[in-house]
Design a protein around this ligand. Structure first.
Ligand SMILES: [Zn+2]
Length: 443
């Protein structure tokens, strides 16, 4: 069986063995085995991508210039309205579905058929740049690099979705296929509860067989796994007194030494597992403190002659599997539960993005992507180090699909910064690769 990637040890099967093998076999081998050349239809689809590049770039510039910061719900609607006619032209039914009350809605485009795998294509409408950000407009850096808010994360990816589907449509390759496109309106800061803000995406995942995420990519690398992202908060309370009494039995260590002990124990006892990171992001301690979780801002007041009664620490945890997350939380609880004298601490965990663990199905899907890339003359696609890809929406459907991948979008740099750029030439390559992969998966 001529496929690229043997599955590394310890890779979990997404489903019971027999079903997982059949899934893997069906994805890995496809109807006619490894295909590292283009057939006539595929060659025509690739040419159609080249033809729609001017319209793709024009569409990208237009939606980048529409502010859609996560908290700007009207902005989500505007980007939706700019994209919808482009998808309706390809025979998709397009809806703008509500998410959380305090967030924008979701772009959902559907077409139904009975041929091949049902694909779920994932993007997001929002960016991290709100209406008061100085970064609002598209500009050309040179003839292949554009700079702008969300150019790479991920309005470029949204346009790659359209460009690939348009090319398939141009060659009649969308006929009788089942494809759903979901671009969430709040990926950068999902509304709460997640069950509500991610309900549309999860339902689309249950309906589909395979999920393809179009977040920014890196040439030659593909995603087989994504880490989870969740947060923690520690509240330390301690006896306060005049500082001359610190360390005495009736006074104890104070809240700040206790906080230091916890962080030192986290660092020395938990750190080191592969694909596990837990950042300590903020700390506020002293005689009088305040912490506003919504704005992530705090204040502290304290005189040197007072033993501090309070500390608040916040941070995140990123893991490859849910099991790794549970084990890490348990270790943290145990460390917090053995305070220094005179102090006591509580740790609370808040769920965030789940993980997409590496599965046989994901590796097999990557093998198909690599074949399509080779057939286009773009070279093989290797697995991205799972520890190096942050959280993303594809993870929300990882447990209900046969297999998933991400990073099918264009390459660029400086995401989440005012230096964000996208490589427009990589958009064409990404669109061709995605179109050929989707064509093959829907035969
Ligand atoms: Zn993104």
């Amino acid at each position: 069986m001529p496929f690229h990637h043997s599955t590394p040890a310890g890779v979990r099967r997404a489903r019971p063995a027999a079903a997982a093998f059949l899934t893997w076999f069906a994805i890995a081998v496809g109807p006619v085995g490894a295909q590292t050349t283009l057939d006539d239809t595929e060659a025509a689809i690739a040419r159609a991508v080249e033809s729609n590049q001017p319209e793709s770039v024009e569409l990208l510039e237009r939606i980048v210039n529409l502010n859609s910061g996560t908290l700007n719900a009207a902005g989500q609607r505007a980007v939706h309205d700019a994209l919808a006619p482009h998808f309706e032209r390809l025979g998709f039914e397009v809806d703008y579905l509500p998410g959380s009350p305090d967030r924008g809605g979701h772009f959902v485009a559907r077409r139904r058929g009975s041929q091949g795998k049902h694909l779920l294509l994932i993007g997001h409408l929002d960016t991290v740049f709100e209406v008061d950000s100085p970064f609002q407009r598209w500009e050309w850096v040179n003839d292949s690099i554009g700079r702008g808010p969300g150019a790479n994360d991920m309005k470029g990816g949204n346009v790659v979705i359209w460009s690939a589907l348009q090319a398939m449509h141009a060659e009649g390759a969308l006929d009788n296929t089942s494809i759903t496109v979901v671009m969430t309106g709040d990926e950068e800061r999902p509304g709460r509860p997640l069950e509500q803000s991610r309900a549309v995406l999860l339902e689309a995942g249950r309906d589909a067989d395979l999920a393809l995420g179009f977040e920014g990519g890196t040439d030659g690398l593909g995603v087989v796994a994504r880490r989870s992202s969740s947060s923690w908060r520690i509240d330390v309370q301690a006896t306060t007194a005049h500082s001359s009494g610190v360390f005495r039995d009736l006074v104890g260590a104070g809240a700040i030494y206790e906080a230091g002990r916890i962080l030192e124990d986290f660092y020395s006892e938990i750190r080191g597992e592969e694909n596990l990171t837990f950042n300590a992001a903020t700390i506020v301690g002293g005689t009088e403190i305040s912490w506003d979780a919504e704005s992530a801002r705090g204040t502290a007041f304290g005189k040197t002659n007072v033993v501090p009664p309070a500390v608040v620490i916040t941070g995140d945890i990123r893991t490859l599997t849910d099991d790794q997350l549970e084990r890490t939380r348990e270790k943290m609880r145990q460390i917090v539960a053995r305070p220094l004298p005179g102090a006591r601490s509580d740790i609370t965990f808040t769920d965030g993005y789940p993980s997409m663990p590496p599965t046989e199905g994901n590796y097999a899907l990557l093998a198909r992507l690599s074949e399509a890339s080779e057939a286009l003359g773009h070279g093989p696609v290797e697995p991205f180090d799972p520890g190096r890809r942050g959280a993303a929406d594809v993870s929300f459907v990882a447990s209900v699909i046969e297999a998933g991948t991400d990073g099918l979008g264009p390459s660029g740099s400086g995401s989440h910064t005012v230096r964000e750029t996208v490589n427009v030439r990589s958009m064409e390559r990404a669109s061709k690769r995605a179109a050929i992969l989707m064509y093959r998966l829907t035969r």
